[in-house]
Design a protein around this ligand. Structure first.
Ligand code: FES
Length: 136
């Protein structure tokens, strides 16, 4: 059972978490239910240290968490499916917008406008008490 060291940095609301995870246990704590506003996509950046051959590399991934019910959270990868820029949530227009070529996605990550060929990738989530875990 090979274990790898991982540092999980969560930037969201100023919170920073550190954690060690094993490779086979890829569920990472992202935030808590109490820190997520209802139906408001909230960005979280995860940094995961993993082995790539003999080297350790640091992967950074930005996701949006959306609390859709008392105990339900959906998550999307913030990487635009066109050419990989990071999208941002426009609270006024209630859409995700890509700054690079004008891609627009709805709240569920579906393409509404622009060149993106596919919806934002969904990220699996689960709850452990009030902790929101995401699959890295
Ligand atoms: S990278 Fe997002 S629209 Fe081109």
């Amino acid at each position: 059972m090979a274990a790898i060291g991982a540092i999980l940095g969560v930037i969201g609301g100023g919170a920073v978490l550190s954690s060690t995870v094993r490779r086979e246990d890829s569920w990472l704590p992202a935030t808590t239910l109490f820190d997520l506003p209802d139906r408001q996509p909230t960005p979280v950046t995860l940094s995961v240290r993993r082995l790539d051959g003999f080297r350790e590399v640091l992967d950074r991934q930005t996701i949006f968490l959306v609390k859709t019910g008392e105990s339900e959270v959906h998550a999307f990868n913030a990487t635009c499916t066109h050419l990989g820029c990071l999208v941002a949530w426009d609270a006024e227009a209630q859409v995700f917008k890509c700054p690079c070529h004008g891609g627009v996605y709805d709240r569920d990550g579906n393409v509404k406008d622009g060149p993106p060929p596919a919806p934002l990738a969904k990220v699996a989530t689960r709850l452990d008490g009030d902790r929101v875990l995401v699959q890295a």
